[in-house]
Write a protein that binds this ligand. Structure first.
Ligand SMILES: Cc1cc2nc3c(=O)[nH]c(=O)nc-3n(C[C@H](O)[C@H](O)[C@H](O)COP(=O)(O)OP(=O)(O)OC[C@H]3O[C@@H](n4cnc5c(N)ncnc54)[C@H](O)[C@@H]3O)c2cc1C
Ligand code: FES
Ligand code: FES
Length: 486
């Protein structure tokens, strides 16, 4: 096993053997590298001041992803290029087009947020040839500025594509980086030790299972967008971390005749196009999950295993009838996702088990089957749900043949509205029956009151979401009742 990580900081190679395995890249940059361009605002992935870009070799090509350095642990840099704001200008000091356009469009005032914006825009610049307003705004959802105002920043985002390059990140430069990255790729598994800490990055599934069997208390590390906060916000130490990143079986994505299978380590960004194609309602809600930086790292497996009652994947996947595969050295088992959540933050996973795959039945393309997900949060973007409702309906001749209604934020776990479903099954999908179902639904859950919303608010909104679903899925004749009631 290797006991050293190798990565690039901008163009320069680094090799680390003994390093605090809970150290974040932000702390490393500022305290070890003395690169202080990258700023700390919130230390929880929300403000974007710490945004850096990862350059990675995938199938021989460079791929660039903006991430939050404040919740990314240093050992995760192994084999990658870490690009910081210091690495954009040429050696002669010529600004990168992103920087130049920010200066010319007056995109900065106090400057605290600016390096983060520049890095998010740099990732966008590498992935596009021109800016359109919507995709640029989406790319910057994870960056907050409290003094400049966003208009000049968006102007800069448009203008950067017409600025001449500075030599950095052109084909010749990129070719040199590719060579350097090739030199530091390693097939071998990784094991770092530092005082009482251990960090493992196995490359084989069997090895991963053995490690989880040997260290049942270890934290499995996928994207780290939940785990990182345990360290930066709750001051916890995570002595044994087992990274899932190098186990290829967890990163596969297959579209079969009857189901879509997502490896538990597939990130939101990687799943985006398949979800858009197959389960549009799920895709729509994922576009509002965190920010680009979060979706570049966060995994659906991590979201489910984290078992937050307000996680956004679970309601959609439960309504779609998804199942999960769970693996340990003792063997494999499969269970419906709704049975995976046992209690508040408690899942069916045993200490030696790993969530490996999520199976989502493909939707029959029938005119009378519908799937919608509604996320209710205080802000539209980059906010956690107050509640999230997901609805799947199949009608036959105007009657409910199949229905699944799942909510996050209404109970200690993501949960189906089984009584409401039972009432609706077999009845006419009409205003009258839906109104009765709404009454039932208002009483089916006993939600909590918290700073996101009161219990009463949650009850009213959950029932209203059912109504919204009805309005979006019913014919005009069955909606006549709506007019009569008005
Ligand atoms: C700024 C910010 C915004 C966010 N916004 C949202 C949001 O809008 N909606 C939302 O739902 N979430 C949100 N999150 C939470 C988080 O991004 C998601 O829950 C994400 O999917 C977690 O995935 P991960 O890969 O980062 O998990 P990690 O942090 O790596 O792991 C999370 C937990 O799951 C366990 N785990 C991971 N993979 C496996 C596996 N294969 N088998 C068993 N256990 C496993 C880990 O041990 C850990 O306990 C946000 C987080 C941040 C920081
Ligand atoms: S410091 Fe705010 S997102 Fe990292
Ligand atoms: S320039 Fe001051 S916070 Fe953005």
């Amino acid at each position: 096993m290797r006991n050293t990580i190798r990565f690039l900081v901008n163009d320069e190679p680094r090799e680390l053997r003994s390093i605090d395995t809970n150290l974040t890249v932000l702390q490393y940059l500022r305290s070890v590298e003395k690169y202080c361009g990258t700023k700390e605002g919130c230390a929880e992935g929300d403000c974007g001041a710490c945004t850096v870009v990862l350059g990675e070799l995938r199938q021989g090509k460079m791929v660039y992803r903006a991430i939050n350095a404040c919740i990314y642990f240093v050992p995760m840099l192994d084999g990658k290029q870490l690009i910081t704001v210091e690495g954009l200008a040429s050696n002669e000091g010529q600004l990168h087009p992103v920087q130049k356009s920010m200066v010319e469009c007056h995109g900065s005032q106090c400057g605290y947020c600016t390096p983060g914006f520049v890095m998010s825009m740099f990732a966008y610049y590498k992935q596009n040839t021109e800016a359109d307003r919507t995709s640029l705004e989406n790319a910057l959802v994870g960056n907050l500025c409290r003094c400049t105002g966003y208009r000049p920043i968006l102007d800069a985002g448009k203008q950067m594509f017409s600025e001449p390059g500075c030599g950095r990140f052109d084909d010749r430069h990129e070719h040199r980086i590719v060579q350097k990255l090739k030199e530091i790729q390693a097939e071998e598994s990784l094991h770092l030790e530092h005082s009482d800490q251990q960090f493992f990055a196995p490359t084989k599934l069997e090895e991963l299972l053995e490690l989880k069997n040997r260290f049942p208390e270890a934290h499995l590390l996928a994207g780290g967008t939940d785990l990182g906060l345990l360290v930066t916000k709750l001051n916890r130490r995570l002595p044994v971390l087992i990274s899932l990143e190098k186990v290829s079986e967890l990163h596969t994505l297959s579209v079969l005749d009857s189901e879509v299978i997502l490896g538990a380590g597939v990130t939101y960004a990687e799943a985006e196009s398949v979800l858009k194609q197959e389960f549009f309602g799920f895709y729509e809600v994922l576009l509002r999950l965190g920010s680009v930086q979060i979706r570049n790292l966060g995994t659906i497996g991590g979201n489910l295993a984290n078992a937050s009652p307000i996680g956004d994947s679970a309601p959609a996947l439960i309504a779609l009838g998804a199942e999960v595969s769970i693996l340990s050295m003792r063997g494999e088992r499969k269970l419906p996702l709704q049975d995976f959540f046992l209690d508040y933050r408690k899942t069916a996973l045993q200490p030696d088990e790993i969530l490996t795959r999520i199976h989502i039945p493909r939707q029959v393309q029938e005119t009378d089957s519908f799937f919608r997900v509604y996320k209710i949060s205080k802000r539209f973007d980059q906010d956690i749900s107050t509640l999230c409702g997901a609805f799947y309906l199949r009608k036959v001749k105007g009657r409910v043949e199949e229905i699944r209604i799942a909510f996050g934020g209404m109970a200690a776990t993501p949960k189906r509205a089984l009584q409401t479903e039972k009432f609706l099954r077999g009845v006419e999908w009409s205003e009258k029956t839906v109104e009765l179902a709404m009454e039932l639904l208002r009483e089916e859950f006993t939600p909590l009151s918290d700073f996101r919303g009161s219990a009463q608010y949650r009850k009213v909104v959950s029932a209203n979401l059912l109504h919204k679903f009805f309005l979006e899925t019913s014919s005009s004749e069955s909606r006549v009742g709506v007019l009569h009631h008005a």
